[in-house]
Design a protein around this ligand. Sequence first.
Ligand code: NAD
Ligand code: MG
Length: 401
Amino acid sequence: MHNGDIKTVTILGATGSIGCATLEIVRDQRGRLGYDSIKILALTAQNNWQKLAELACEFQPEFVALANPKNISQLRDALAHTAIEIGSGPAAIDEAAARNANWVMAAITGAAGLRPVLIAAKRGCILALANKEALVCAGSLLTDICVSSGTRLLPVDSEHNAIFQVFDPNLKHRVQKIILTASGGPFRTWSAARMAKATPAQAIAHPIWSMGAKISVDSASLMNKGLEIIEARHLFDVSPDQIEVLVHPQSVVHGLVEYMDGSMLAQLGPADMKVPIASAWAWPERIQTHGERLSLADLGRLDFEWPDEKKFPALQLARQAMQIGGNACNALSAANEVAVASFLQGKIGFPTMIKIVGDVLEKGDVCGASWHGEPESFEHVFDVDERARMAAQQHVASVIE
Ligand code: NAD
Ligand code: MG
């Protein structure tokens, strides 16, 4: 973009933690550059029509989409005094993604975000990707579409954004390994016995980051880091054994690249998602933000330790899925979504969640078919997703009985 150009923006998952942080940047940038410097084409949400209406009144998008049609009449009433177009159901989310925004934030949680991500990727745009599950499910099918359409995929996940900032693609063959840091989540120092009794409220209470429920639970089980290993493989095209995880409880160093000469380059920053979002917003430029700054002297020290893979088997499961192939990664993520939802509903215990994901990975779908192979098409991706969800539901039901 050149100075004076209008930035056209769509935010998929606008009412969530990442969506709202992105809109804070929009608000700030409009304050600095003028309201008309940014045109919001579409904002979307799943259920929260009140929040969506509030955001629509403030940010004046052309179009808003609510995935759950149940509350659409309330949304229509709330926006009746405006000229904003309104759509409902998953097709309306797709329509939002299809609108011609040149910068799209993909911040829907889970595989539900894949179809709109695909639609945006196909038409060519800057795609700021928070929705890691989309990449875990579709892998190279998605990255190939980005290459052929000219879509620039920019990682928003803090670790991947960090690595993106220090990973020189021209020196890819000189990269020894990449390192994703993990805060360790709320149960880092808990015994396995105590973790077995963990409640959803305890799992969601992340010590550092304030995030949506699903990713908070994934952070507690370290499945988030498992998904991130798979995400990193697709973003940086490195082999699984070049991806390392280090627990770093302060969450100051977000990611590192180690080059073959022994140099390690890292990105550091406050534990605030507005930092990676601002980086994706301005790329390849930088913008002024007014968030909290790091004071390394006040911090005094940075700690790192190996993850306890016995206590947190999700990491091994993710590596196992990567070894099996793309369909297994998709099945892992889909089964995990079902298991997390069941845990949040109080149907299963915390360790059962990962056990169910392991069972789905090992025992295959409800007919016992394995997850071997790579997805050949997006239909194939959606089919594997559905079969893995059914298998996971079956395991959940057998635990409850
Ligand atoms: P969140 O739960 O706060 O928000 C999710 C958003 O997606 C909401 O707007 C919700 O309405 C929408 N949504 C959920 N299910 C939907 C569906 N089926 N159809 C349409 N819309 C739907 O979640 P979040 O914390 O903002 O995370 C969003 C994504 O970003 C996730 O993939 C997460 O892994 C990733 N991410 C989040 C953080 C973070 O700090 N929050 C960090 C890194 C990556
Ligand atoms: Mg992350």
